[in-house]
Design a protein around this ligand. Sequence first.
Ligand code: PLP
Length: 492
Amino acid sequence: MRRQADLYRELPAIDELLRDAGIAELVAQEGPSAVADACRAVLGYLRAEISAGHLDAGKLALALSGIPAAVEKELCKAVRYSLRPVINATGVVLHTNLGRAPLSATALEHILEAAGGYSNLEFDLDSGERGSRDVHVDRLFRRLLSDESAELRSSGRARAPVPTQADHTPAVSQAGSSTIVVNNNAAAVLLALNTLAEGSEVIVSRGELVEIGGSFRIPDVMGKSGAILREVGTTNRTRIADYERAINERTKLLLRVHRSNFQITGFTEQPSIAELVALAQKHKLPLMEDLGSGALFDLRAVGINDEPGVLDSLRAGVLIVTYSGDKLLGGPQAGLISGREDLVKKMRANSLFRALRVDKLIYAALEATLLSYVKRDYAAIPVLRTMEVPKTEIARRAQGLVAKLGKSFRAEMVEGQSLIGGGSAPAATLPTILIALSCDSLSADQIAARLRASDTPVIARVEEGRVLLDLRTVLPAQDQVLSQILAQIAPV
Ligand SMILES: *Cc1c(COP(=O)(O)O)cnc(C)c1O
């Protein structure tokens, strides 16, 4: 057996490798630097194998002949994007781990045209002077959050108008509410609390001290904002009198938080918005509400009744609302703060706003999304479209997919529920038809792993030993790809 030093000498030099016919082709595609890196990595593996004593001369010769293929594999791994499109077959419409809301076609087009070159992001075309980035969306929010829009909204749909719980409507007027945009809703809550209550007390019900997604906790955000949390009531019951008793000269704000991802049932009590508004007015304190999802669309149209709308809260007399751009609104990740002009103006003047602001891509996506709302073109917004797909349509598509499956899987169509997710009402579900897959040679977890490993990864639910596919969240254009993937991963 030759000495290790001799084996090392058998390894080709990088230059030599780059001239190899198979590898030269890769160089033409991906450039010399990425390919050289891949060659270095492969030679590194071989050196490690030699040093571990795993290779003799014969095995090394075999490994050397496999270098071009290994380099290609290594290169694929290195130059492939890490952030990749996936097929969401979970049926969770707003899946935080899968990027929440897909953007509309017009939002994507607008990102391209506004961000592919220069734009008037902060430039006033009339005066030729420096402008403000807020104007691009504030004008649309004003229209959507005005009284006029509320009337159009309710008369445009065949249902009773939104009940107003208070006749006092300070944040909503003909001119609409003022809105600013920050990086996400967590940032919106931070900025609002810091602006309105730094160094002062904010009263919150113990039943609303929520944690969302493991990283957003109201008490923590409150701490970072410099506001002092004043908890009132108990987990399940808080009365308006509890709030009133806690008010003192240090109190600056009343905060209401939407219980996005949980429900408290049974022996419970929370004051209504109307009661809180009345109390806030009596003590001349602003009332703020963290809505979380904050719908701009009347979800009663899709059978979801307990998800608060932005306009509902503002009309009821809440002075400031905060909500996400990429939840039920169906736009890009953003945090929106809407409310009374003077309060929003203070937030805009806070230096934290500069640190939390968003860039032109987000303004472009948000402007296009809001424009669809202004035009009442709800079908343009993927999240709303997904929620409106009827069960019969999902069943029809599922049938098509099952028919193409062949005999490799057992497939059954079962009744089930799609979830709205993304911090909207926990009970917010939509009836759907699921494809339940199983087979003898693979466990459900193994099938799910194969689905995730496909070129376009497919993410599915696993329940009770079966893989469940919900086509509600699979874009119709992806049905064919999904069918091909199922054929590819089928056991032979
Ligand atoms: C989702 C949610 C948040 C956090 O919003 P992000 O946009 O994810 O930062 C905060 N509060 C409530 C009530 C929520 O539902």
